[in-house]
Design a protein around this ligand. Structure first.
Ligand SMILES: Cc1ncc(COP(=O)(O)O)c(C=O)c1O
Length: 427
């Protein structure tokens, strides 16, 4: 029995005690929790898909609406948070979430758009190196983006898109990732990896993989959609070339809200990098002189295209302020405990009919557990939904469950596990 396991108990009072001792417990009441059928909060384990709404979000957005009503165009300079530099107000908190310096991050656009913009700059095929390595079962949008970039440069994805194979246990092995890089070390230009795989919830060893790839001359980009706000990241120290993520999952900024982007400091002043340019990436001091030639701002800001959408950024401010208050270290500590408790309770009863495909090593996962159900998984999922559990179903046989430390409780986990086991026990 591991030390962590020894700390949990199937005793029904354990969850209440853990919640009472949880230093982050007050954050839960600062979110709108969707109600279940009886009006009490549902068990919301879907923050890996859409994070919940902080209660401060409406006020943050209302402030911008009021300033627009009050000031019109003058709001660009005189709003309480002036719109001209608005994205700058997000830089510090965003950088802390992904382990970067403020100048290495920018919030802009949406995730797939940012992946394309990053690949314009960092996927630079030559006659010798043109392949892109990506993990098998990467999120479809990433696969489409990679395949379309390859085609755009005249390559056939059937040959030039290399997949890192997944094991029969549904997990990736770091050795396999490194071997795949080695096998294509003379022909690969880019590795694009989901930091946390959306399907099995596996957190890759990004530092080791990046070091290996870069030594082989392969540029590294990380899709942090399922990692940002979920696991501690050190994008700068790991020497990742670029990264991109959305803000509507663990970052709780609302459906389709503004995404984020990381460009390593060593590229901050590289004027040889090709990029798709727009006026918001142009040098701030001369932007309104409207000069004909584009001069990029230093760092990630230089990849902006358009003036920013202020309302989603207001929602993002509400949420990243909360991350700054809670701190990624404390969030991770609670997350390990919450997901560890979930795993413990699930494994406390028979696992004949299902198994967890997420790695059992907590260092190799975030908050999500992916449960592969042997038969009729959809019926189990419907049973959970009918009992006010909001989680998600992934074809053909996986239920993804994500207890989020900002707003989920140990009692949520106990309620979920009881319903899960009741389904099998009552059959
Ligand atoms: C890993 C991953 N990549 C890309 C996307 C696509 O994001 P968007 O629609 O914001 O471009 C998602 C969306 O869930 C995702 O999970």
């Amino acid at each position: 029995m591991s030390n962590e396991t020894a700390r949990y108990s199937t005793d029904s009072s354990w969850a209440a005690r853990a919640d009472a001792e949880d230093p982050l417990r007050d954050f839960r009441s600062r979110f709108h929790l969707p109600p279940g059928r009886d009006g009490a909060a549902a068990v919301y384990f879907c923050g890996n898909s859409l994070g919940l709404q902080p209660k401060t979000t409406a006020r943050f957005i209302a402030e911008e609406l009021e300033d627009w009503a009050r000031l019109g165009v003058e709001g660009h300079f005189h709003a309480r948070h002036p719109w001209m530099p608005y994205h700058e107000f997000l830089a510090e908190n965003t950088a802390a979430i992904v382990g970067a310096a403020a100048e290495e991050v920018v919030v802009m656009n949406t995730l797939t758009v940012n992946l394309h913009l990053m690949m314009v700059s960092f996927y630079r095929p030559t006659s010798a190196r043109h392949k892109i390595i990506i993990e098998a079962r990467a999120f479809p949008s990433d696969q489409y983006a990679v395949a379309s970039q390859l085609r755009f440069h005249g390559y056939d994805p059937a040959d030039a898109m290399v997949e890192i194979p997944i094991g029969e246990d549904g997990r990736f092995r770091t050795d396999t990732v490194l071997e795949t890089i080695d096998r294509h070390r003379d022909t690969a230009a880019l590795l694009l990896l989901g930091g946390v795989n959306y399907y099995n919830g596996q957190l890759f060893d990004i530092g080791t993989i990046t070091a290996h790839a870069r030594k082989a001359g392969v540029t590294v980009g990380i899709d942090c959609a399922h990692a940002a706000g979920n696991v501690p990241l050190q994008l700068h120290d790991w020497d990742v070339d670029f990264a991109a993520w959305c803000s509507y999952k663990y970052l709780n900024a609302g459906p389709g809200s503004t995404a984020g982007c990381f460009v390593h400091a060593r590229h901050a002043d590289d004027s040889t990098l090709p990029r798709f340019a727009g006026w918001w990436g142009h040098d701030r001091d001369s932007r309104f002189a409207m000069p004909p030639d584009f001069v990029p701002m230093r760092g990630a800001e230089g990849w902006q295209l358009s003036n920013q959408s202020i309302l989603p950024l207001a929602a993002l401010r509400a949420s990243t302020d909360m991350f700054a208050e809670a701190g990624m270290d404390a969030l991770r500590a609670k997350s390990l405990r919450l997901t560890g408790y979930l795993e413990f309770l699930l494994h406390a009863q028979s696992r004949d009919a299902w198994h967890v495909i997420t790695p059992s090593d907590p260092a190799q996962r975030g908050c999500q557990l992916s449960l592969r159900i042997d038969r009729d998984g959809r019926a189990l999922f419907d049973h959970l939904a009918a009992n006010d559990v909001i989680c998600d179903w992934r074809e053909p046989d996986v239920i993804r469950v994500a207890p989020v430390p900002l707003y989920n409780s140990f009692a949520d986990v106990a309620r979920f596990a009881a319903l899960f086991h009741a389904y099998f026990n009552d059959r």
